[in-house]
Design a protein around this ligand. Structure first.
Ligand SMILES: NC(=O)c1ccc[n+]([C@@H]2O[C@H](COP(=O)([O-])OP(=O)(O)OC[C@H]3O[C@@H](n4cnc5c(N)ncnc54)[C@H](OP(=O)(O)O)[C@@H]3O)[C@@H](O)[C@H]2O)c1
Length: 491
């Protein structure tokens, strides 16, 4: 396997095999012919971060976000590379991401998920791989495997529960052993949901206790709200393979369940949240499953996950953080100001559920995304204007008891409600890159206070860090909207 290290100012001697691989003559390449004899992470990795899949719609936005922190004095990001299977697309992405400035001279590395040795070579040279190659159920596993084998850290923007849980089952033990931290869902899926429920939970001061948190996501824009095909394809494949997730869960030992006071009620299929004027329907996104994984991890580790080399102060900070969080039933809904908006979400869900089951149905869904998603997804993705004008609001409606001891008394109804909100810019290409890059910066800066290794959801790893503060500095806000007690009249 040849490793290609492409910069814009090097020599022009390229092997025919490599040209063939890329299908064109790039401006200039340097070629390093070392075959990565040792696939273990070097003690002094060349790169802090490699963005894999950087030529994709999301990948190019991740480059743009990462460049904001590259070689800035306060930032730990000093060496960045981008990687993928097509050099011309990668260099175009770099050019786009750096615009209007000329592209910086950062290395462009060859890596294909069908070529495990190219991934092992990447993983041996970097502290962290940020994986933007999706759908993850198709392409993600070899990347996780390479990172876990070498001992480098891995973050991704996956929103596919089956992939995340399968990686945990297959690679957790080895990741612990090799000191590789593998954290999926470090994007809009599912960090706002994770940090959001924790923020809501922390507003309840004892003896008050929260028993249910229902999150309502509402997407807003004065232009069209559009996602790229990559996300749509991942959603279609997730639905098509929903039975595999059930099989996986049945096949592995039961995870510990958190103790939650009070019961969760199913409620109607569509509900109206009058406090914020939204109609909503259940959203089968990854968020609820990711939150449940964090809760389950917390049930096993009441004080969170110990860091690899934590100071006393860091231990105290972590334990204090988790002492303020109490498990609650969690659900996710998608909301709209208009009932018709909710009907539109349901229709898209029904199309995906119905057509996603057969090969021909999936072909139709993926070849005519605008038709079957009623305009929510487009092959070419959103325009820059559409990205810039979109925002999200995620409301967390916490219901509970003014006194936790009341929760276990018969059929007592919750008598207290706290509503909080997380709000930010467009979800897929502004919020997601921002979250992913901030998670990477935390890993670079605070690796000693984080677990040595393992496959975890983002909440349990990043909850006690300064991720929320960092997101607030980057345009994502966390607010308390209302607190009220409810008097139930008994007649
Ligand atoms: N968490 C979130 O909220 C969130 C937000 C946005 C996106 N996502 C997820 O991110 C993923 C990517 O979405 P997208 O819209 O950016 O898709 P995309 O535009 O199709 O990009 C896919 C990327 O993967 C690369 N790739 C595909 N096959 C590869 C292989 N065999 N080896 C190496 N690279 C390969 C592509 O490279 P080429 O350029 O060479 O084709 C491209 O760079 C999806 O799974 C999506 O669900 C999640």
């Amino acid at each position: 396997m040849w490793t290609i290290n492409a910069t814009y100012k090097s020599n022009r001697t390229i092997l025919p095999k490599i040209l063939d691989h890329f299908g064109y003559y790039p401006t200039c390449f340097t070629i390093s012919t070392n075959r990565a004899m040792s696939q273990k992470l070097s003690p002094n990795p060349t790169y802090d971060v490699i963005i894999l899949g950087a030529s994709g719609f999301t990948g190019k936005h991740v480059i743009r976000e990462a460049l904001k922190f590259l070689n800035v004095s306060s930032s730990p990001l000093k060496n960045l590379a981008i990687a993928g299977r097509n050099a011309s697309r990668l260099s175009r992405a770099l050019q786009w991401a750096s615009g209007p400035n000329p592209p910086p001279e950062i290395p462009i590395l060859a890596a294909d998920t069908n070529d495990p040795s190219s991934l092992r070579h990447l993983a041996s040279q970097t502290k962290i791989i940020l994986n933007c190659v999706g759908p993850f159920r198709l392409y993600g596993e070899p990347v996780v495997e390479a990172c876990v084998d070498s001992g480098c850290d891995y973050l991704d923007i996956c929103g596919e529960p089956e992939f995340m849980e399968r990686m945990e089952v297959k690679y957790h033990d080895k990741a612990v052993e090799n000191g590789s931290l593998v954290v999926s869902a470090c994007g809009f899926d599912s960090v706002p949901a994770e940090l959001g429920w924790m923020f809501c939970s922390r507003q309840w001061t004892p003896p008050a206790i929260c028993s249910t948190i229902e999150a309502y996501i509402s997407l807003e824009s004065d232009k069209r709200i559009v996602g790229n095909l990559g996300t749509y394809e991942s959603a279609v494949l997730s639905v098509a393979n929903a039975d595999k997730l059930q099989e996986l869960r049945r096949s592995r030992p039961k995870k510990p369940r958190p103790v939650i006071l009070g019961t969760s009620s199913k409620g109607p299929m569509i509900n109206h949240l009058k406090e914020v004027g939204l109609w909503a329907v259940k959203l089968p996104s990854a968020d609820a499953t990711v939150v449940r994984r964090t809760l389950s991890c917390l049930a096993e580790n009441l004080h969170g996950l110990p860091g690899v080399n934590e100071s006393t102060e860091q231990i105290e900070r972590r334990e204090e953080f988790w002492s303020t969080i109490k498990p609650a039933h969690f659900g996710m809904k998608i909301a709209s100001k208009y009932l018709l908006g909710v009907v539109r979400f349901i229709t898209v869900g029904k199309f995906i559920a119905l057509f996603g089951k057969t090969g021909i149905g999936r072909w139709l869904l993926l070849n005519f995304p605008s038709v079957f998603s009623l305009g929510f997804f487009r092959k070419k993705g959103p325009t820059e204007d559409e990205v810039a004008s979109a925002t999200f609001k995620m409301w967390f409606v916490g219901d509970g008891f003014t006194d936790g001891s009341l929760a276990s008394q018969g059929n007592r109804k919750p008598d207290m409600q706290i509503i909080t909100r997380v709000m930010g810019p467009e979800i897929g290409y502004l919020t997601t890159p921002s979250i992913l890059v901030q998670c990477a910066l935390i890993l670079l800066k605070e690796r000693d206070s984080l677990p040595k290794g393992g496959v975890f959801p983002p909440g349990i790893v990043f909850g006690p860090t300064d991720l929320q503060d960092r997101l607030q500095k980057n345009g994502i806000t966390f607010d308390v909207i209302s607190k009220k007690t409810v008097v139930h009249l008994t007649i």
